[in-house]
Design a binder for this molecule. Structure first.
Ligand code: BGC
Length: 844
């Protein structure tokens, strides 16, 4: 626990919460236990409680608006943070996020996401750190320490066994008590024990037949009981399914508000005796403690959050943030192949840069983790800054199946002339509710929109920055669309939602486009007639879902993300591949940037394949056949297939690198920065070739966590899947390493190990020594138990000490319901990923 965290913990003990709570009626207490808006809580003057403000999380502090909020710093995604295998990086990220929170008067940041990469198909893995619970727990703990050190609460999410998105509100994760304890709860436990985290978020899914928000076993018995944790558990947004079971099951706060399954229903439940008033008081005590810790309780004589609000914090596009975000992004990138020292690029030869991700670099994933950054840098911009005329840039093949919201630079508000659009909202009777300028081209309707009255019609108006010729126009959002130019209507569509989960469908709205010939600088309007969907009816018609009438989900129906689509029509994939081939023929080095997009790496849906979307594999192969040397940059956070691996010279995994992403990638390619990352997840060689694959629950909505504790590389090592493409822990960096004989330096049951490493390369580099435990006890999988990194000068040798973590040397015994030591000893492996084991030492 850091000094500051300890100070805050100390402070909270001085407040008499019971005395404050005694001043409130039952109704007033219950009122405080549901949000007031999408992201704020109600305050209460009688007890000096300020309205607390929450913000997503985890890769930037977005602020109080789901879409279209202020410009805020966009951080590298979670796998780039954990990819550095360095606590100081995660701690720095936590500190920076806390500054972002202070700048915006946010008390609680909704992160980190510490669910695991179980199946590589999980759509939301980009938000989470790793397939390994220990790496996840250490990274998460460091992030929490950094964030809470100056009074911003972190929120661990999502408790628990929330590793996929398909039917996320209804599915049941079926996981053994052993796997729950040893694997899925371990990162939460570490962040409680090692970082004193202040809040957690209960997940959408059920766990072993009980909703996560009602998990008496997890929330009350384990987290608050066994771990003795005094923090607050809030629901995921609209995840509370039943009143009494959630209040008694350990949930402390329902989000969002103002309505929900608690309120009057909870008051009646207390009056009926179904929920004890003492239980309500406990929830409120935890809420007041959170407020106190984050400066939202004036009872102790301060409103720290208001007074620590600091417009002087670094702005999202300050030079300080630029440097930090660039450095952190490149630290976590992983060089997985580098034949003949292809990278970093040497000499003065010409370089050809190819690919849609080169010109439109994917800097973040989709869903609630998205923020509105001040700018995004592309690889093309980053490399042009460094190579100037030596660089030729060629756009690539299409990478998306669905359209995206128009780039603000392609549209202007017809009234103000600023980049962005004019949005006019009409009531059902045609009255204008508002007409305003929007910097972006996507808005939410019916929720989180600061409107007194729900609009029935949204009209986007824009002047396009098009040349005369084909333009792709369209809309995103369920409802009726009519697109017009000055000459009248030119396209129309009726779009209906597909899924059964209102939250999922909000994030993945239906969309349409039409390519039309337009004059230069065309003026367009897109009229969207919003149809409120009868979700209660739709969900009630589906008996398998078994929703209680108070389920919060039933209130989420009438909102959605709505966006205007407008972009110049692009050339065909055939033309793109032909052009790339031609450019590659003249190139000394060709760099192809491929990747996924927010369609694949997103909250709200899972992937169905690890293959790169569109004809990107074909593009790589054509370039590799033509160019002298080919480097592939993979702009994605999670595993992709590489059928062309043997045909290319180098491969860099660049993650979703945030607003400085393009410059970070350029620095790594040219050697200005080292990609010191090691893989945080194993890369399968083909679809299905993984210890856990399917993310689709069965007919009874159950998803079996049949891999037990042998998650990811543990299962690969046990032979539960064919040899992977790249092992967890793999990563070359720009050094090259010789290892000495490792020695055990402690006599304790939990080992500390020392090993000398020599950097045999001609440039300074950083090595991460990884220690795995391979237990003698049959059926116990190998597991990471410790790691430490060190910067080493060329030719130098340093001694690296790795202290292993005792929590990985025990096992959960279901028959006695307790932790027990393993039988027999086993060996420790010192490895650069399990594909490159440097030493095996038997444990004494
Ligand atoms: C996500 C949470 C997020 C919340 C608020 C939910 O859809 O699962 O992670 O914090 O929305 O945006």
């Amino acid at each position: 626990m850091s000094q500051n965290t300890a100070d805050y913990a100390q402070l909270t003990r001085t407040v008499d919460y019971a005395a404050l709570i005694a001043r409130l009626s039952l109704e007033e207490k219950v009122h405080l236990l549901t949000g007031e808006t999408a992201f704020t809580l109600p305050g209460n003057d009688t007890i000096g409680l300020a309205p607390l403000a929450f913000s997503d999380g985890p890769t930037g502090v977005r602020g109080l608006k789901f879409a279209g909020g202020d410009a805020v710093a966009l951080f590298p995604n979670a796998t780039l943070i954990s990819g550095s295998w360095d606590d100081s990086v995660a701690e720095e990220v936590g500190r920076m996020l806390s500054e972002e929170a202070h700048r915006q008067r946010i008390h609680v940041v909704l992160g980190p996401t510490i669910n695991l990469h179980r199946s590589p198909l999980g759509g939301r893995l980009f938000e989470a750190y790793s397939e390994d619970p220990y790496l996840t727990g250490r990274t998460g703990s460091a992030y929490v320490r950094g964030m809470q050190a100056d009074g911003t609460a972190a929120c661990l999410k999502h408790l628990v066994a929330n590793e996929s998105e398909t039917l996320r509100s209804f599915m049941d994760s079926r996981v053994s008590e052993t796997a729950l304890r040893e694997v899925y709860l371990l990162p939460f436990q570490m962040a409680v024990e090692d970082a004193g985290v202040w809040s957690m978020m209960a997940a959408y899914n059920d766990v072993n037949g009980v909703a996560a928000t009602e998990q008496n076993h997890v929330q009350n018995e384990i987290v608050k009981g066994e771990w003795g944790w005094d923090g607050l558990i809030m629901s995921d947004w609209f995840a509370t399914k039943r009143t009494v079971a959630s209040a008694n099951g350990g949930l402390d706060l329902v989000m969002p508000g103002p309505s929900g399954p608690w309120g009057e229903r909870l008051v009646s439940a207390v009056q009926r005796g179904d929920v004890a008033e003492a239980t309500v008081d406990d929830h409120l005590t935890r809420l007041l403690r959170l407020a106190e810790r984050t400066g939202g309780l004036r009872a102790s004589g301060s409103d720290r959050r208001a007074s620590t609000f600091n417009a002087g914090m670094p702005s999202p596009d300050s030079s300080l943030r630029r440097e930090q975000l660039r450095r952190i992004a490149s630290r976590g990138m992983v060089l997985v192949k580098n034949n003949g020292g292809t990278l970093p690029l040497m000499g003065t030869g010409d370089v050809t840069l190819i690919g849609r991700h080169a010109v439109a670099t994917q800097d973040m994933g989709g869903g609630s983790a998205q923020v509105n950054p001040p700018y995004q840098s592309t690889v093309a911009e980053g490399l042009t800054e460094l190579l100037g005329d030596r660089l030729t840039v060629v756009d690539g093949v299409a990478v998306r199946a669905r359209p995206v919201a128009a780039a603000p630079s392609f549209v202007r508000d017809p009234d103000t002339g600023e980049h962005g659009v004019r949005v006019t909202l009409l009531a059902a009777d045609g009255r204008e509710i508002s007409s305003r300028h929007e910097d972006g081209t996507a808005i939410t309707v019916g929720w989180d929109d600061d409107l007194e009255e729900a609009p029935a019609v949204v009209i986007f108006s824009a002047v396009l920055a098009n040349e005369a010729g084909p333009v792709r126009l369209g809309g995103i959002g369920a409802g009726h669309w009519t697109i017009s130019t000055t000459t009248g209507p030119i396209a129309e569509a009726e779009l209906a939602v597909a899924g059964v989960d209102p939250g999922e469908t909000m994030i993945c709205q239906p969309a349409f486009t039409k390519t039309l010939d337009l004059p230069e600088g065309a003026v367009v309007t897109a009229r969207y007639e919003f149809k409120a969907l009868d979700w209660p009816q739709m969900l009630a018609n589906n008996p398998a879902l078994e929703l209680a009438e108070e389920s919060h989900l039933l209130e989420t129906g009438s909102y959605g993300l709505v966006a205007l689509v407008a972009e110049p029509a692009v050339r065909t994939d055939d033309a793109a591949i032909a052009e790339a081939e031609k450019a590659a023929l003249q190139a000394g080095t060709a760099i192809v940037v491929v990747g996924l997009t927010e369609e694949d790496e997103t909250e709200g849906s899972d992937k169905t394949t690890l293959a790169l979307p569109g004809r990107q594999d074909e593009l790589v192969r054509s370039v590799a056949a033509a160019a002298e040397r080919t480097v592939v940059v993979v702009n994605a956070a999670t595993p992709v297939l590489m059928p062309w691996l043997d045909e290319v010279d180098a491969v860099l995994i660049a993650g979703l690198p945030g607003q400085e992403g393009g410059r970070a990638i350029a620095a790594v390619l040219t050697g200005g920065a080292e990609p010191t990352g090691r893989l945080v997840t194993t890369y399968p060689a083909s679809d299905s070739a993984a210890p856990a694959w399917t993310v689709t629950p069965g007919e009874d909505l159950g998803l079996e966590y049949a891999d037990g504790t042998a998650v990811g590389y543990r299962g690969w090592h046990a032979g539960n899947a064919p040899e992977p493409l790249f092992w967890f822990g793999h990563g070359l960096g720009y050094g090259s390493w010789e290892y000495g004989e490792p020695r055990l330096v402690s006599e304790d049951a939990v080992p500390t190990l020392q090993v000398e490493v020599t950097n045999t390369a001609s440039r300074p580099s950083r090595e991460t020594v990884q220690v795995y435990f391979d237990p003698a006890e049959p059926g116990q999988p190998v597991r990471l138990v410790g790691y430490a990194g060190e910067e080493v000068a060329p030719g130098a040798t340093v001694s690296v000490t790795v202290a292993c973590d005792p929590r990985l040397f025990r096992r959960w015994d279901e028959s006695s319901g307790s932790w027990v030591p393993m039988t027999g000893q086993g060996s420790l492996l010192v490895a650069r990923g399990l594909g490159d084991v440097r030493a095996r030492i038997p444990m004494p």
